[in-house]
Unconditional design. Sequence first.
Length: 360
Amino acid sequence: MIRVLVVDDSAFMRKLISDFLSAEQEIEVVGTARNGEDALKRIKELNPDVVTLDVEMPVLNGTEALKQILAEHDLAVIMVSSQTKQGKELTIHCLELGAFDFVTKPSGSISLDLHKVRGQIVERVLAAGLSRKRTEKQVSPKPFMKPPSPIPAVAPRLQEVRSGSSLRKIISIGTSTGGPRALQRVVTKLPKDIEAPILIVQHMPAGFTASLATRLDHLSQITIKEAQDGDIAKNGVAYIAPGGLNMSLHEQGAALVIRLSPEDTDSRHKPSVNYLFESISNIKGYEKIAVIMTGMGSDGTEGVKKMVASGHTKVIAEKEESCVVFGMPKSVIKAGLAHETRHVDDIAHAIISSMKKERA
């Protein structure tokens, strides 16, 4: 049973979210709080596994409450955000601080349309609860070291990745839950003169990816922007797929051109990692580095499979120990597609090292 505390300054929202969660057999709503200050008291009393936390509240707002909660307690926090500009910016900041994930209120601070995201709230609370249980199991004292999860044979013919040292490079990254913080720990370590464009898919709704790109750009040596249709992919620039659109990369003469499309795919995600990676698999004459990091589900596996089959592809998957949710990397690893598995703090080094080895 996952114990949840619901925090929101609106009594209507507290009841609505509580009702959504209480309808699930695996979830128990142990209490509610009307602001961040109240939440800190209730957490000590109720010891929840997961907290849903409104971003914008009086007395003690969501950002300040989150900092104190994470400093004092071992639990998962899911932010509940409005789609105002300030709400989006604060939400991205909260994810960087360590919030597990977020859900959006579709049309403002108080909205009857919240019923539309009922599934998202339930899904994230269940994932947060399971992730916390997994973490507890990992850190609990044991009489022996738990053996690492078996990794299938290293992905096919790694020498193919380094066979064409004169080829130009493309770096692609796919991530979901826990991704904003993981991306910060990777892209901020990449040098501004890196000789490749970087294409990023982060599962996120429309409107939030622009705030993510702006935030990461301020922290990084490389340039980071939300992709626009028709962008020419340039070395030293990272392009984040806009929420609600699929991003693909195509050759156009000597240039690489980004295309954005609202079309739906087999994936329930838009943007989809598979969609981007499959488009990159069709590009010839380039070395490709594909990175899969923390996230629920298996988006990216089919795309990685096609990239590996097309040749000249190096695949790096995030290790379980640093994942918020070990779903997407696990899927790639179990499929035998990962050349390397790395802690999130080592992924930038792995990318840079791969670039150097390929040039050698």
